[in-house]
Ligand binder design. Sequence first.
Ligand SMILES: NC(=O)c1ccc[n+]([C@@H]2O[C@H](COP(=O)([O-])OP(=O)(O)OC[C@H]3O[C@@H](n4cnc5c(N)ncnc54)[C@H](OP(=O)(O)O)[C@@H]3O)[C@@H](O)[C@H]2O)c1
Length: 328
Amino acid sequence: MREIRFDRFGGPEVLTLHSDAPSPQPAPDEVLVRVAYVGLNPLDYKVRDGSSGMSKDLQLPAGTGREMAGTVISAGSGLDDAELGSRGLNPGTRVFGMRAPGDVRGMAAEVIAIGADELAPIPDEIQDEDLPRWAGLALVGLTAIATIEDTARIEPGQTVLVHGGSGGVGQLLIPMALEAGAAQVWATGRAANAERIRDLGAIPIAYDAEDWQAEIHRQTDGRGVDVVLDTHYHSTFLPSLDHVTEGGLLVTLPTLADLTPAHERGVDAKVPRIKPGRDRLDRLVQGIRAGRYPLEVSQVLPLAEIAQAHRLLEDGHTRGKLVLDARA
Ligand SMILES: NC(=O)c1ccc[n+]([C@@H]2O[C@H](COP(=O)([O-])OP(=O)(O)OC[C@H]3O[C@@H](n4cnc5c(N)ncnc54)[C@H](OP(=O)(O)O)[C@@H]3O)[C@@H](O)[C@H]2O)c1
């Protein structure tokens, strides 16, 4: 089968498409899945270049990719027909999911083995043309739930500023913050993404066309916001400290973010941690079905164009999700 692997840490060019990879064997609690599409995330290039905390547990050569949508082929010895049926994971079922946080195996392959707990069925009414969105849903969806509910604990009436409102995580943070009762959500992004941000329910602030700090200061009458959800971090984290209300919170997404400057100034700052699990995947299904989470896929590339896909990811301006077609 075809699979993307890399045998050393480095730039996108280390990613190689192999056409003779052996099919994996599912462990007793795992399911074998024929992959249709693979969702890509900034974490993928951080693991590939060795800068992610996850890279240190990685044995090379390694695979890449953390999430996908595909079809169940078979199951490991610990999952009989009754067990598979009760989970809705019978062979032939279309599923989506992401690797458990401690599982460093890749997803960019024609066939993968994955824990049954990490998967949820895709509703029958979903057309195959919509599968790319499901491939890109699990990681950003579980991240957004963890951010809004576990870390920020958004309460009704709070004001929120999202940095990177049209990115993969941002496109779910905006509707989920509003769902949690946020009174007002602002979101930064380039002017080209302002309309998208508005459609998601936030007030756009175009950081490439105006001074976002002056704008949030003006629009909050100098009070700042109760919660900043910062998916960008690099140039936004430090200035955001000036725009959080007394007793407010700054949640920054990149796992290796240095929170010291916030704590030194007495501002509460945290990094969210994904909580995997079927119940949250099922909630994402309900949200997509009801049209509450209109996550967008901006580009689908063939498996062989993995290096180009990583270059786009590293640019840092992905709109919604970037997805690989594992069958092309
Ligand atoms: N803690 C966790 O468990 C966890 C989980 C998932 C992701 N993450 C991390 O969260 C970050 C975001 O992930 P993602 O998937 O949403 O990335 P993404 O899809 O690449 O989106 C990045 C966004 O950042 C925006 N952006 C770029 N420069 C900006 C700036 N100067 N000011 C404001 N926005 C800017 C881009 O919008 P424009 O094009 O409009 O600039 C884009 O929307 C990554 O670092 C990722 O590794 C952490």
